[in-house]
Design a protein around this ligand. Structure first.
Ligand SMILES: Cc1ncc(C[n+]2csc(CCOP(=O)(O)OP(=O)(O)O)c2C)c(N)n1
Ligand SMILES: [Mg+2]
Length: 286
């Protein structure tokens, strides 16, 4: 990929993280860790890979996106707002009375959200259904889905994996956000997954593993996955929970955090803005 394009995607990811943090700081609490770890894959999906049209949200040829780890909704909302699905101002309403942005994703509330999620494990099943329905109807739509690694402790993930392979769903591309942590500790300590890639290979999936914060590697893996025929693809993203937000990245327990200190929040926002300014200057000099 052209280096300037890579930088654009990196800037998009940094802006997703900044807007996500602003949403959570405005509310005063939220699922910061798992939202920050998917900033890069969201930038790649919405900036490069997926066919979507903010002006025509129900476009029949659009690709479907399912954020199965629905607690990371604020990162998806930031992405959708930056893409123009709804006004940026709406981000200030996260999880407040009457909002269109509930803390977990809802297809009936939020423009651009295709499937409701939050009950872990269920999103993969709806993504399998969307991919299968598209094939039955003769469509060209892909279904993209992100699950968490802790979420992979759910049996439903493996039921979905089994059916997707049985149905040879080559229009289904799954991402596992392998940040090593779940709600109350390390995945390895709570219910270890072992080698996630080996497990999906045993389920006959095309399997890749990349640095989930390397936008070029994620985009290349997605292109490779799209080219597969006759089997679903999984891309395991090695990520850091809280990535790019110092208040969160440095905290040991960063699944859900309180943000009561307005001064600290503003300091973090300024720092993140400076990172974006520096990246933008690099982009201009390219
Ligand atoms: C069925 C179900 N059980 C429990 C929960 C509560 N819960 C919300 S997030 C979470 C941890 C998820 O860990 P992981 O999938 O690794 O998410 P991430 O690290 O990306 O935040 C749990 C147990 C839930 N939302 N749904
Ligand atoms: Mg996790």
């Amino acid at each position: 990929m052209d280096k300037k394009r890579v930088k654009e995607l990196e800037i998009f990811a940094a802006r997703i993280r900044l807007e996500t943090f602003k949403e959570l700081a405005c509310l005063g609490f939220g699922h910061v860790g798992g939202a920050m770890s998917i900033g890069d894959v969201l930038a790649v999906l919405y900036g490069e890979v997926m066919n979507v049209d903010p002006a025509d949200k129900n476009w029949e040829e659009r690709d479907y996106f399912v954020l199965s780890k629905g607690h990371a909704g604020p990162a998806l909302y930031a992405t959708l707002a930056l893409k123009g699905f709804f006004p940026m101002e709406m981000l200030k309403t996260l999880n407040q009375n009457g909002t269109k942005l509930p803390s977990h994703c809802s297809r009936v509330h939020t423009p651009g959200v295709d499937l409701t999620t939050g009950s872990l494990g269920q999103g993969i099943s709806t993504a399998v259904g969307a991919a299968l329905a598209s094939r039955i109807l003769g469509g060209k739509n892909y279904a993209y889905c992100i699950v968490g690694d802790g979420e992979c402790d759910e049996g439903q993930i493996w039921e979905g994996a089994l059916l997707a392979a049985h149905q040879k769903l080559d229009n289904l591309i799954l991402f596992v956000d392998a940040n090593g942590k779940q709600l109350d500790g390390n995945v390895a300590d709570i219910c270890a997954l072992g080698d996630i890639g080996e497990k999906f290979r045993a389920f006959q999936w095309h399997t890749q593993e990349v640095d989930g914060h390397d936008v070029e590697a994620v985009a290349d893996a997605a292109a490779d996955a799209k080219a597969q025929k006759g089997r679903p693809s999984v891309i395991i993203l090695n990520t850091v929970k809280g990535k790019g937000c110092e208040l969160s990245e440095k905290a040991e327990f960063n699944h859900h955090m309180m943000f009561p200190d307005a001064e600290a929040n503003q300091k973090e926002i300024t720092r993140m803005e400076q990172v974006i300014e520096a990246m933008t200057a690099e982009w201009r000099a390219m």
